[in-house]
Design a protein around this ligand. Structure first.
Ligand code: SAM
Length: 235
């Protein structure tokens, strides 16, 4: 998968791209992520990328010209058949594991990082295929949101993490939230691992894990719990 990211802060992305799961995916030749500075596409002699909103109001809006040019530049290099062009924005559709799984099937993604009030609506109308919110809160810019989406997507591509099966049993891939996990030692500062996990009895361990998943989901996410419950009743 190739991921281009249009941003006015490419330096914000580099430390994450050069560490984390993104570096592992790049070293394995599975994913390459390239930040592009939106300013470098600006035809303004000062590299300006924002202006005052028509109709008045506080704050600035990112202008269409550098974004149209940046998008065309990225698409011309890759020539993807049906590019998914993603604009992370608080007024987008909520990001979810289902959407991450859908995006993980794509050979190419282009992310646009907004700032200020956001980007000129014409960029959204002409180019953007997916407007995605990472949560009901407002960040200063789209870089962190893009990194959240990229991380969630690339870990689902086969070969990126050692055990894809493990990722597929995580919360949200599984209908219930994840159960508690323990590792060595059996006792740490008088805190003991639950006996059942040391029993070697696989059926009992699975029953315990499922009970823990149900308990946690019922307490923390009644919406998911009731959805799961109604699926159980159908089966
Ligand atoms: N005027 C926008 C609104 O109210 O919907 C908020 C703009 S925000 C200050 C600046 C940029 O940060 C957005 O264009 C977007 O790229 C990014 N951003 C902020 N919060 C986000 C969120 N919850 N999910 C995805 N992107 C977000």
């Amino acid at each position: 998968m190739k991921i281009d990211v249009l941003t006015t802060f490419p330096d914000m992305l580099v430390p994450v791209i050069e560490s984390s799961i993104a570096r592992i995916a790049a070293e394995k030749g599975i994913v390459s992520i390239e930040p592009h500075d939106i300013r470098s596409f600006s035809e303004n002699k000062h590299g300006k990328t924002d202006d005052y909103p028509f109709g008045g109001g506080d704050g600035m809006v990112m202008t269409p010209q550098p974004l149209f040019s940046g998008i065309r530049h990225c698409l011309d290099n890759v020539k993807p058949e049906k590019p998914r062009i993603i604009f992370p924005t608080p007024d987008g559709v909520p990001f979810s594991q289902d959407l991450a799984e859908d995006l993980a099937q794509e050979p190419y993604l282009l992310m646009i990082c907004g700032h200020y009030k956001g980007i000129d609506q014409r960029v959204r109308d002409v180019w953007v295929t997916d407007e995605i919110s990472i949560g009901d809160y407002v960040l200063t810019g789209g870089e962190i949101a893009s990194l959240v989406i990229i991380d969630a997507v690339i870990r689902l591509i086969p070969g990126v993490i050692g055990t894809l099966d493990s990722a597929l049993s995580d919360s949200f891939s599984h209908p219930l939230l994840d159960c508690p996990w323990y590792t060595r030692p059996e006792v740490f500062e008088d805190l003991k691992v639950p006996d059942v996990l040391l029993s070697g009895h696989h059926a009992r361990i699975e029953t315990w894990r499922q009970e823990e998943r149900i308990k946690k989901t019922r307490e923390r996410r009644p919406d998911l719990y009731h959805k799961w419950l109604s699926e159980q009743k159908k089966d």
